[in-house]
Design a protein around this ligand. Structure first.
Ligand code: ADE
Length: 268
């Protein structure tokens, strides 16, 4: 995958040299390039922002500099092997975007080329998204219902979630399969607790079933724990579970947890 990131703070992306993503870059699985937006500003102060039309607090990022930057990165060449025109999917992190989910991470991991445009201040002049929306797929994406100081950290979050799904990035090929929110039997349940050696630490024992070697019982225990945690920590996910996907044991456990599928709880 080719990945371009445009930001006024390229130094935010030092973590892309580390760990799984760093190794994926070394191996060439991920071709990540970080660009300084100010390189496309022409005045002596390298200005990238201006006051908002209509008034209000803060500053808005100027369309001209973003336009030149995005054009230059796109013209810098499509990644080899890209078919169908060779242009990136443009991702703009913003708290007003659609939610970033594991499903979206999977969709983006299948793209050959992503370009992240990191806004600061009150955001990027909207005409930039309108302009590129005529030529590229443009996604404005939020990583959660809180406001960060800019799109850089949100980009790091998305790049890590996407990067670990690229073929060969995770050491254990199956690790992503068991993720909370990954498709499969445990879809829409959060993962339960995990343990390693020693069997007793500071008086806390590992649940004996995990030492039993009985795969069926271990799987059942893990599902029970996932259900318990989902009810406790993510009641909205529990409410959205499809009753058709629950077996008798699941239903009994949910009853024990006093969890009821109420019509008003159901996600629509
Ligand atoms: N920029 C500022 N806050 C953000 C958020 N929650 N998600 C994505 N980009 C952002």
């Amino acid at each position: 995958m080719r990945l371009d990131i445009i930001s006024i703070f390229p130094e935010y992306f030092a973590p892309l040299d580390v760990s799984l993503i760093g190794k994926a870059r070394e191996r060439g699985t991920l071709d990540a390039r970080v660009h300084q937006l100010r390189d496309w500003a022409h005045d002596v102060h390298k200005t990238v922002d201006d006051t908002p039309y209509g008034g209000g607090p803060g500053m808005v990022m100027k369309p001209e500099v973003w336009g030149e930057a995005i054009d230059a990165v796109i013209e810098g060449g499509s990644p080899t092997g890209v078919t169908g025109g060779g242009s990136p999917r443009l991702i703009v992190p913003t708290p007003s975007g659609r939610p970033f989910t594991q499903e979206l991470a999977q969709e983006l991991a299948a793209e050959p080329w992503l370009l992240f445009a990191c806004g600061r201040y009150e955001g990027i002049d909207s005409r930039v998204m309108a302009e590129y929306g005529t030529r590229l797929r443009v996604d404005e994406i939020s990583i959660g219902d809180y406001v960060l100081a800019g799109g850089e950290v949100a980009t790091l979050v998305m790049v890590e979630a996407i990067g670990r799904l690229l073929p060969g990035v995770l050491g254990n090929a199956h690790s992503a399969v068991d993720d909370s929110f990954a498709p499969g039997a445990m879809r829409n349940l959060v993962e339960g607790p995990v343990f390693t050696k020693p069997p007793v630490w500071r008086g806390h024992e590992v649940p004996p079933v995990l030492l039993s070697g009985h795969h069926g019982k271990v799987a059942r225990w893990r599902r029970d724990e996932a259900l318990r945690r989902t009810v406790a920590n993510r009641p909205e996910l529990a409410a959205a579970l499809d009753p058709e996907t629950l077996d008798k044991h699941d239903r009994r456990l949910l009853e024990e947890l006093s969890f009821r599928f109420q019509p008003e709880d159901m996600a629509n």
